[in-house]
Design a protein around this ligand. Structure first.
Ligand code: BG6
Length: 494
């Protein structure tokens, strides 16, 4: 996508500048925006790390670890050189106030220049970094801070982060990243719902039977066991990415696309989610953990056999749950959320199923009619499929399900923009709509916390599922109890 973006001159300071996220996602995303010509000539990227490296050492790291993640095959020499010319490596010990002198020297003092502090660090450092920045005189009215997940591990820790960062930065300077909000399809969902009149009248309990949101990954935990085993699927994916998708699907029409209009609407959804009772916790939440299996014919180890794993770990790599939104619009409509690692495919989709037609005028058995269904795909490709009934050609009045398909890339024939590219641009231009507000973050933790407590006090293990399957059978039973099926269960087998 070619965006006509005019950015103010900036110093982009990346804490965790030599870390995995910087190399895999952030530097490649910044380079893509370089290629698109979005950056003012004098803009700088200041990468902060603990290693005692020279500028050349750091360039070697980028060459080794970031270049391979750049989308466009080998980056052309000229823009790559321009990009490297912007980068300054600064060695700094985030804990030590004295070492911020190096950063004072690296950033420009002109207050008109946008200054971004991107904290791609463990959350334990957020407060120290913010305080040290403030005490070193490095925070001005044109400064912003970007916080990467995990943004807490429960309500109390999320509140603590909000309070500590909030002592230094005002809410309008805080960008809490959920990279799912940067995905093209999520914004297209806003366009679909609020740029057309077709859907909004139907987008309610009278016409919608149920909504499924799935984020499935074929990958396992990989080399992130240290982090993941203390987190699990509920904290890693559901509390943030899935709930944000749910908010965009279910929110009331905001009055505008302005940050607080959208975030107020999302907050209302989070606050209307039905609280789990002890019975609902036992019945409506399923946690699973993968065992050895096959993905596309390749044998993969079980969770407890992954490198660095605790052989008795009870961390869930899968979670499925059913919830409801207690509002006039959604009362009685079940929302099923599901995410897991080592599932058969990498797939992220939202499935909105409509009710059956109220009365059939056809002689054909109405049981052969499929209710309309809208599938909004985020991954692997980005698009929409609307399932309709249509007459088959010929002299008899026979109806069959057909699919109206739209592929966003094909339709617009525009280059794809990675979620981080979009979000980094939004940070640089001060656009907060696609970032979580502090009260949203707390409302999301508040809602998942009973599940966390329930699991903590429950001695049972997560239910095992074989790698390469769609999770434990209990997840099918969860939705089956309501006479429904997950979408892949009703698809014809290829
Ligand atoms: C991250 C999680 O937030 O999202 C990872 O920490 C997960 O565990 C990743 O793999 C999935 O993101 P995407 O964009 O690849 O679907």
């Amino acid at each position: 996508m070619t965006l006509n973006v005019t950015l103010n001159d900036f110093d982009f300071v990346l804490f965790g500048g030599s870390g995995d996220l910087a190399m895999r996602k952030l530097l490649p995303a910044l380079f893509s925006r370089e290629l698109a010509g979005n950056f003012p000539d004098s803009a700088r990227i200041i990468c902060v790390g603990r290693n005692d490296w020279t500028q050349e050492d750091f360039f070697r790291e980028i060459d080794k670890n970031a270049k391979i993640h750049i989308n466009k095959n080998a980056p052309a020499a000229a823009p790559w050189k321009v990009f490297l010319n912007r980068i300054i490596y600064v060695r700094l010990d985030a804990d030590n106030p004295a070492s911020y002198q190096a950063l004072i020297t690296a950033v420009r003092s002109d207050e008109a220049i946008t200054r971004v502090y991107y904290l791609a660090t463990p959350p334990g450092l957020f407060s120290k970094i913010c305080n040290n920045l403030a005490e070193s005189g490095l925070v001005n009215k044109n400064s912003r801070v970007v916080l990467e997940k995990p943004l807490g591990r429960d309500l109390a820790s999320a509140k603590k982060i909000n309070a500590e960062v909030g002592r230094v930065f005002s809410e309008s300077q805080i960008f809490r990243i959920d990279h799912y909000l940067g995905k093209e399809t999520v914004q297209n969902l806003l366009a679909l719902r609020f740029g057309n009149v077709l859907f909004e009248p139907l987008w309610r309990r009278e016409w919608i039977s149920d909504v499924q949101i799935t984020i499935a990954e074929d990958l396992g935990v990989g080399n992130r066991m240290g982090y993941y085993d203390t987190s699990g699927a509920l904290r890693d994916m559901l509390q943030n990415h899935l709930l944000q998708l749910l908010c965009i699907v279910a929110m009331e029409p905001p009055t505008s696309i302005a940050p607080d209009a959208v975030r107020d609407a999302k907050l209302q959804v989070l606050r209307s989610l039905r609280r789990f009772t002890p019975t609902a916790l036992a019945q409506d939440v399923i946690r699973g953990q993968y065992r050895a299996g096959y993905i596309e014919g390749v044998a993969v180890p079980g969770y407890r056999d992954e490198a660095g794993a605790d052989p008795h770990s009870r961390t869930e790599s899968f979670v499925a749950l059913k919830t409801e939104i207690d509002t006039w619009r959604w009362a009685g409509v079940p929302f099923y959320l599901r995410t897991g690692k080592r599932m058969p495919d990498r797939l992220a989709e939202i499935v909105v199923r409509f009710k059956p037609i109220p009365h059939s005028i056809f002689t054909q058995a109405s049981s052969s009619f499929q209710p309309n269904c809208l599938v909004i795909r985020l991954q692997p490709d980005e698009g929409l499929t609307l399932h309709l009934m249509a007459k088959t050609p010929g002299d008899s009045m026979r109806l069959k399900p057909v699919e109206l398909e739209m592929d966003f890339l094909e339709t617009f024939r525009a280059p794809r923009m990675e979620a981080y590219e979009r979000l980094l641009l939004d940070v640089l231009r001060g656009q907060l709509t696609l970032f979580m507000r502090g009260d949203e973050l707390e409302a999301a933790w508040d809602w998942v916390e009973p599940i966390l407590h329930h699991w903590e006090h429950n001695e049972s293990d997560p239910i095992p599922y074989t790698a390469g399957t769609w999770g434990p059978p209990a997840a099918s039973a969860l939705i089956g109890r309501d006479g429904l099926q997950w979408r892949e269960e009703v698809l014809p087998q290829s």
